[in-house]
Design a binder for this molecule. Structure first.
Ligand SMILES: *[C@@H]1O[C@H](CO)[C@@H](O)[C@H](O)[C@H]1NC(C)=O
Ligand SMILES: *[C@@H]1O[C@H](CO)[C@@H](O)[C@H](O)[C@H]1NC(C)=O
Ligand SMILES: *[C@@H]1O[C@H](CO)[C@@H](O)[C@H](O)[C@H]1NC(C)=O
Ligand SMILES: *[C@@H]1O[C@H](CO)[C@@H](O)[C@H](O)[C@H]1NC(C)=O
Ligand SMILES: *[C@@H]1O[C@H](CO)[C@@H](O)[C@H](O)[C@H]1NC(C)=O
Ligand SMILES: *[C@@H]1O[C@H](CO)[C@@H](O)[C@H](O)[C@H]1NC(C)=O
Ligand SMILES: *[C@@H]1O[C@H](CO)[C@@H](O)[C@H](O)[C@H]1NC(C)=O
Ligand SMILES: *[C@@H]1O[C@H](CO)[C@@H](O)[C@H](O)[C@H]1NC(C)=O
Ligand SMILES: *[C@@H]1O[C@H](CO)[C@@H](O)[C@H](O)[C@H]1NC(C)=O
Ligand SMILES: *[C@@H]1O[C@H](CO)[C@@H](O)[C@H](O)[C@H]1NC(C)=O
Ligand SMILES: *[C@@H]1O[C@H](CO)[C@@H](O)[C@H](O)[C@H]1NC(C)=O
Length: 461
């Protein structure tokens, strides 16, 4: 069902030829703002930088986002409360005893709901706070980056506006909790601890805010900084005291890994380095130890219905925890699991596994950012990882993750990118990498939107 969505669009506009790597909602990331703000880029990252700016534009065309943009109210009746429905639960109305067809709102409250792993219930999208948070956090992330890459305050203003709309503005702000996240519907339906996963991309939001804050952006005002710190402090208070959130804190699999991405990011955001360090160390001395076998298999993810997806998904979370650790001055990349595995072995194993294309596993590119991250942090002395990516996706030097995970070889592919950005030449029609340097800054938003809605569902599992 899922094909690789590395699509290329070529449209002849007035002057330049436009070709772009399509936007992808990569699982998660965390960036050290010092690396970004130093702007000490390898020239091989030129195409990657252009994709980042395009993705910022593509997302900005859809914002802003707010939790109040939903028509179904949470049990509290307060539309400012974040709400989502557990995606893998389905109604079973056979024993309800109704004599006429039930209305949707009756089904949601009267029929017991049954778990079917990996089977998305499509009506979860009637409440789309989850998709909107994903889009908002990517918009903050790429717009903060595009501000550094282009120097245009348009992008910093975008990022600040999205933060203000989602978290701060009284008309549209979210209350600082996830008490109605991933509600398991049915009689007496309760929020599930899995709902904490909806906020894993706080790591991307924190990265974006650190870039604006540390780069002294005029759009990141003292007032916004103070209010965002206040929101985050209140939310942390809910997270660390909520029995629901605690279930995610102790979850042994990817849910636990992502919980630590989130909590450490929250502490970093409010400048609580002590708790951020403790949180990251805690992950690597608890859940992590049982997540990787000696051969690199991740047994808790392999047991799921879509093992290729879940191995890559947990890898992304483990790597973000390691990146956060590095930012905090901890060396976690080499931590060995109880059975003798580590992140590199988990990656090596995961990318050798087949993708079951008949059952919606994947997408195939889900592991690719982790390949670059492992190569950048463990080294790639004989070019194994670069060769893997060159074979799997020969436009990988144009992916944003190529900029985030340096040093890493471009396999000679970026050398096709011209350094000037003049009008198009004939070489562009034969080499799409050759066209990146001629990219004119425009964007085929409607085409990308199709891809976007297609990948968004993988963000919530
Ligand atoms: C969501 O809410 C924001 C803030 O009120 C608004 O600007 C935006 O247009 C809304 N989006 C949709 C799709 O309703
Ligand atoms: C659906 O409900 C009926 C009646 O309560 C029950 O017998 C059946 O096992 C349920 N099906 C599933 C898949 O849980
Ligand atoms: C009970 O409600 C369910 C859900 O609307 C419906 O599928 C089913 O046909 C209803 N049963 C009767 C006897 O109408
Ligand atoms: C959910 O939100 C995402 C991001 O805003 C959007 O792309 C998607 O179309 C939305 N889905 C529905 C069903 O509204
Ligand atoms: C940005 O971060 C660096 C390194 O942590 C620090 O030295 C510098 O003072 C920061 N700059 C600002 C404006 O916060
Ligand atoms: C801090 O946040 C809380 C809830 O998010 C809000 O009620 C309060 O007014 C905020 N305080 C300040 C000083 O902004
Ligand atoms: C460190 O984090 C763990 C949970 O991960 C918590 O139980 C412990 O209390 C924390 N320690 C300190 C000193 O805050
Ligand atoms: C792929 O998934 C389908 C549907 O779940 C299943 O029947 C099939 O056995 C799987 N194939 C492999 C090789 O695992
Ligand atoms: C792992 O440890 C080795 C030996 O101490 C070191 O050379 C290497 O850089 C470390 N790798 C990472 C990713 O930290
Ligand atoms: C490639 O490099 C790795 C170290 O990253 C090493 O373990 C491996 O043996 C090398 N393979 C070959 C064929 O040289
Ligand atoms: C830039 O990247 C290329 C490989 O893509 C590498 O050969 C070169 O050494 C890098 N330059 C610097 C200054 O790191």
């Amino acid at each position: 069902m899922f094909r690789p969505v590395t699509l290329f669009f070529s449209v002849l506009l007035a002057a330049p030829l436009v070709l772009a790597n399509a936007y992808k909602d990569y699982d998660n990331d965390f960036l050290d703002p010092s690396y970004i703000l130093a702007k000490n880029w390898n020239t091989s990252t030129a195409a990657s930088q252009q994709s980042i700016t395009q993705w910022a534009d593509f997302l900005a065309a859809q914002g802003p986002w707010s939790v109040v943009n939903k028509t179904v109210l949470p049990p509290s009746g307060n539309k400012h409360d974040y709400m989502s429905w557990a995606p893998y639960f389905w109604p079973n109305c056979t024993g309800v005893g109704n004599t006429t067809v039930l209305q949707p709102s009756q089904i949601w409250t009267e029929c017991p709901y049954v778990y079917r792993d990996g089977m998305f219930n499509p009506d979860r999208l009637l409440v789309n706070n989850t998709g909107d948070f994903e889009a908002m956090s990517d918009a903050v992330f790429y717009n903060a980056l595009a501000w550094v890459l282009t120097g245009s305050a348009k992008y910093s203003a975008n990022a600040a506006h999205y933060i203000d709309t989602w978290f701060i503005n009284p008309d549209t702000a979210q209350t600082p909790n996830l008490q109605y996240a991933q509600i398991e519907r049915g009689p007496g339906g309760q929020a599930m601890h899995t709902g904490l996963l909806d906020f894993k991309q706080m790591a991307k939001i924190t990265s974006g805010i650190l870039i604006l804050r540390n780069g002294s952006s005029p759009d990141w005002t003292d007032d916004l900084n103070t209010q965002m710190n206040n929101w985050t402090t209140n939310y942390i208070d809910w997270v660390v005291h909520s029995p629901t959130a605690y279930g995610e804190w102790i979850a042994p699999n990817n849910h636990g890994s992502y919980f630590y991405n989130q909590l450490a990011s929250l502490y970093i955001l409010v400048g609580d380095t002590t708790n951020a360090i403790n949180t990251t160390q805690s992950y690597f001395s608890h859940q992590y130890l049982n997540q990787i076998d000696a051969n690199g298999e991740q047994p808790l993810e392999a047991a799921r219905t879509h093992p290729y997806h879940y191995r890559c998904y947990n890898l992304a979370a483990m790597i973000v925890n390691a990146k956060i650790g590095k930012f905090l001055g901890l060396d976690m990349w080499n931590t060995t699991s109880t059975k003798g595995g580590n992140i590199q072995k988990a990656l090596d194993f995961a990318i050798q596994q087949p993708l079951n294309t008949t059952d919606g596993d994947g997408p195939i590119w889900e592991c690719y950012p982790s390949v670059a991250a492992v190569a950048a942090n463990y080294g790639d002395p004989n070019g194994t990882y670069a060769a893997f990516l060159a074979n799997a996706d020969n436009t990988y030097p144009a992916e944003p993750y190529f900029l985030f995970n340096q040093p890493f070889s471009d396999s000679g592919l970026a050398s096709a990118v011209p350094t000037n950005s003049g009008p198009s030449s004939s070489s562009a029609s034969t080499s799409y990498l050759g066209a990146f340097g001629m990219f004119g800054g425009s964007l085929i938003t409607s085409c990308l939107a199709v891809v976007f809605s297609f990948v968004i569902q993988f963000a919530i599992s």
